[in-house]
Ligand binder design. Structure first.
Ligand SMILES: [Fe+2]
Ligand SMILES: [Fe+2]
Length: 180
């Protein structure tokens, strides 16, 4: 897990907030696992499947880092993860069924939205929480890389209403998992 060289002790409120934000990110990474698995199931091209597998490998790191950071902060993971996992697997599978260009387009848009979402967390985290920041910044960089990979492989730009629907669904997930 990425770690800051210096890591000052956090106050109770800072620690709780960071644990809840990391619970959201952990849930997001559970969804990422499911999306990538669903998409890899249906993608027809070996080249794309290889790229998905490489990104999925980094997503597995993100999942492990999020879980570890939650433990260090004394938090817990979301009770609803199995539900989000199942939903995301179905969405990933459906995206894959639409063909490679849409599949990659969905992936690129997901990763861009995640990157923006992580920026929001950096803005909300305590400036002194250097280690949580290091974890999120590394994830953010890699999510941007996943989006670029998908674009390089021929991602198609999704229609605006689809992007909106994805944002709305993500908002439900993040709002619920901040608490549950
Ligand atoms: Fe990730
Ligand atoms: Fe990603």
């Amino acid at each position: 897990m990425p770690r800051a060289a210096e890591d000052p002790a956090l106050g109770e409120a800072e620690r709780r907030n960071a644990a809840a934000l990391m619970r959201i990110n952990h849930c997001g990474e559970v969804c990422a696992q499911a999306l990538y698995q669903g998409q890899a199931l249906t993608s027809s091209s070996g080249r794309i499947r290889d790229a998905l597998a490489k990104a999925a490998c980094e997503e597995a790191d993100h999942l492990a880092w999020s879980a570890q950071r939650i433990r260090e902060l004394g938090g817990r993971t979301s009770a609803l993860n199995p539900l989000w996992y199942a939903g995301s697997l179905a969405i990933g599978y459906a995206a894959g069924k639409l063909g490679d260009a849409w599949n990659l387009g969905f992936l690129a848009e997901t990763e861009k939205q995640v990157e923006q979402h992580l920026q929001g967390h950096l803005d909300r985290l305590s400036p002194s929480d250097a280690t949580t920041r290091a974890v999120i910044e590394t994830m953010q960089r890699e999510e941007a890389g996943h989006a670029r990979t998908a674009e390089g492989l021929g991602a198609r730009e999704l229609p605006a209403p689809v992007k909106c629907a994805m944002r709305a669904l993500a908002r439900v997930m993040t709002t619920v998992s901040y608490r549950l």
